[in-house]
Write a protein of this length. Structure first.
Length: 477
C-alpha cells in the first residue's frame, strides 16, 4: 500500500513517457513505465485507450497527474535584484519581465523562483517564460485524451528535488548531462540548487556525438556560473539516446556516473527524466512552481488509505475517552471546543474584512484606471474654447487643475470611490462676456461655466472676463 501515488508524463511532440511512482515509508518505488511513441500519427482515442490499459494493469486511477517538459522548451533567464527592493519585489520583477518578453506579455506565461544568493546581498530571480499557445496546446492534447494534469513543470526541478534527498550529494556542485538524439542539455546545480541550463545542438557527422564535446560544454557552463576552479563537481549522465553509452570509455572518464546513482534506487534504464518529474510530484507542493496558468489549474489528489485508517483509529480512541470520561472532563472538553471556535470565528471575521478591503481596492483601481485611460485632453478643451470664441475674443490665461482624492463617506456610493474635481480657469478679452459664457455652456463636457468677473477695458473697448469652468465627462442632468 502506498502513502501517495503520482502519474508522471514526460511530454514531447514525438512521444509520451509515462511513469507511475508510489511513496512508501521506505522511499519511492517505480510501479510501472510505458512509452507511447509517434503520438502525432495516432488518433487521440487510441492514445487514450493505450494509456488507460496501462494504468488498469496497476489499478491506478487517473489522479495526481504531473506533466514534465525539458527546459529547452521554455526560455530561461536569470536576473539579480538588490535587497532594497524587497518590499516592491513583485513590481520590480514585473518590470524586468516586460523588458525580456519580446512582444505582448499576455502571449506568454512566466513562472519564477526567487531566492537570496549565497552571499545574501541580493535576490536571484530565475524566470521561465513559455508561450501561452504552447501551454494551451499541451492542455488541449491531454483534454482530448481525457487526462487533466494538475501540474506542468520542467525536468531540471525534478532532479533538484532528487539531489536534495540524497545526503551524499546535498550541497555539492553537480552537472547533469541529458544526452538526446540531435542535442544534449547541461543542468547546473550549485550547492544542490538549480543554477543554470544550457542546450546544445549536436554537429552532424560521426564526430558530433563525442563525450569530449559534452565535457567542453560542461566547462563552459561552469565558467558562466563562475564556479571556482578549486571546487569539486560531480558529473552525471542521463541517456535519452542509448547510443551514447557506446561512446563512454570508463578508463578515460572514470569520474562519469549514470544518473540512477543519484536516486539510490536499483533503476537500470538510461532515461530518468520522467522519473525525476514524478519524484517532484511526490515531494513538492504543485502550487509553488506550475507552468499552467492559475485560472486553468484543476487540483485533485490521490486517495491515501493509511492516513485515513489512522484518522479512523484516532476518532475511535477519542470516542472511547469521551464515553468513559467524567463530568468535569466533558466540561473541560466542551470549554476547549468553545475557545477554539471563538478563535476561528475571530480569524474568519478578519479574513472577511480583508476580502472586503481587497474588493473595494479593486473597484477603486478600476475607477482610477478608467480616469487614466480616458481623460479629457487639453487639446479637446482648447478646441472648444476656440470654436466658441468670437472674432474679437482673446484668452491670455489658461489654468487647469485636476484633483483626485478618496470620496468622503457622504459622497461614496456603489459606483464612486473617488471624488474627482477637474476645474479650469480662463481669462481674457471679448466683445460680450455674457455671450461668450452662453456659447461655452453648450460644450458637452463643460458641467458649468461661472463668470468670476467682467469689466470694461478702457484701452481696447472690450470686456475683461474671467470664467471658472467645471469639466466632467457627462453633464449633470
Amino acid at each position: 500500500m502506498y502513502l501517495k501515488t503520482v502519474i508522471s508524463i514526460l511530454y514531447s511532440e514525438a512521444e509520451l513517457t509515462i511513469d507511475v511512482l508510489g511513496k512508501t515509508f521506505k522511499g519511492v518505488e517505480l510501479i510501472g513505465r510505458h512509452t507511447v511513441s509517434s503520438i502525432y500519427n495516432k488518433e487521440h482515442l487510441f492514445i487514450r485507450g493505450e494509456i488507460e490499459s496501462f494504468l488498469e494493469e496497476f489499478n491506478i486511477p487517473k489522479e495526481n497527474i504531473i506533466v514534465g517538459i525539458t527546459p529547452d522548451q521554455v526560455a530561461f533567464r536569470k536576473i539579480s535584484l538588490p535587497l532594497e527592493v524587497e518590499e516592491e519585489l513583485e513590481d520590480a520583477i514585473s518590470l524586468q519581465i516586460m523588458n525580456l518578453v519580446p512582444s505582448d506579455l499576455t502571449d506568454f506565461y512566466v513562472e519564477k523562483i526567487v531566492r537570496k544568493n549565497e552571499d545574501g546581498n541580493c535576490f536571484d530571480v530565475f524566470l521561465f517564460i513559455i508561450p501561452r499557445e504552447k501551454v494551451e496546446t499541451i492542455l488541449k492534447f491531454f483534454s482530448d485524451i481525457d487526462f487533466y494534469p494538475q501540474w506542468l513543470t520542467i525536468t531540471a526541478l525534478g532532479y533538484e528535488k532528487i539531489i536534495s534527498g540524497n545526503s551524499q550529494l546535498r550541497g555539492k556542485n553537480i552537472f547533469i548531462c541529458d544526452l538526446s538524439y540531435e542535442s544534449f542539455s547541461v543542468y547546473c546545480y550549485r550547492n544542490g540548487k538549480f543554477e543554470y541550463f544550457k542546450h546544445t545542438w549536436i554537429i552532424p557527422g560521426p564526430r558530433g556525438k563525442e563525450i569530449s564535446q559534452v565535457l567542453k560544454e560542461v566547462e563552459k557552463t561552469a565558467s558562466l556560473v563562475r564556479l571556482p576552479e578549486e571546487e569539486d563537481v560531480e558529473i552525471f549522465l542521463n541517456f535519452t539516446d542509448e547510443s551514447w553509452k557506446e561512446k563512454i570509455d570508463r578508463s578515460q572518464y572514470p569520474f562519469l556516473r549514470h544518473i540512477n546513482e543519484i536516486t539510490e534506487l536499483p533503476i537500470t534504464y538510461g532515461d530518468l527524466n520522467s522519473f525525476a518529474v514524478g519524484y517532484l510530484g511526490l515531494y513538492s507542493n504543485r502550487r509553488s512552481f506550475n507552468l499552467i496558468p492559475k485560472e486553468r489549474r484543476v487540483f485533485t489528489s490521490s486517495i491515501s488509505y493509511i492516513p485515513t485508517l489512522a484518522l479512523v483509529l484516532v476518532l475511535i480512541v477519542l470516542l472511547f475517552l469521551n464515553l468513559t470520561s467524567g463530568y468535569f472532563q466533558k466540561k473541560k472538553y466542551l470549554e476547549e471546543i468553545e475557545r477554539g471556535m471563538a478563535k476561528i470565528e475571530k480569524k474568519y471575521k478578519k479574513v472577511v474584512k480583508i476580502k472586503q478591503r481587497i474588493s473595494a481596492t479593486k473597484d477603486e483601481i478600476n475607477v482610477l484606471n478608467k480616469l487614466m485611460i480616458h481623460p479629457i485632453s487639453n487639446l479637446e478643451v482648447i478646441r472648444e474654447l476656440t470654436e466658441k470664441a468670437g472674432p474679437k475674443t482673446y484668452i491670455d490665461n489658461y489654468n487647469r487643475n485636476v484633483d483626485i482624492k478618496p470620496a468622503s463617506p457622504k459622497e461614496k456610493n456603489m459606483n464612486s470611490f473617488f471624488y474627482v474635481k477637474d476645474t479650469l480657469t480662463i481669462s481674457g478679452y471679448t466683445e460680450s462676456s455674457l455671450d461668450y459664457q452662453t456659447r461655452l455652456m453648450d460644450v458637452k463636457f463643460f458641467n458649468s461655466v461661472i463668470m468670476n468677473s467682467s469689466t470694461k477695458s478702457r484701452r481696447n473697448d472690450l470686456e475683461r472676463f474671467q470664467f471658472k469652468i467645471v469639466i466632467s465627462e457627462e453633464k449633470n442632468k
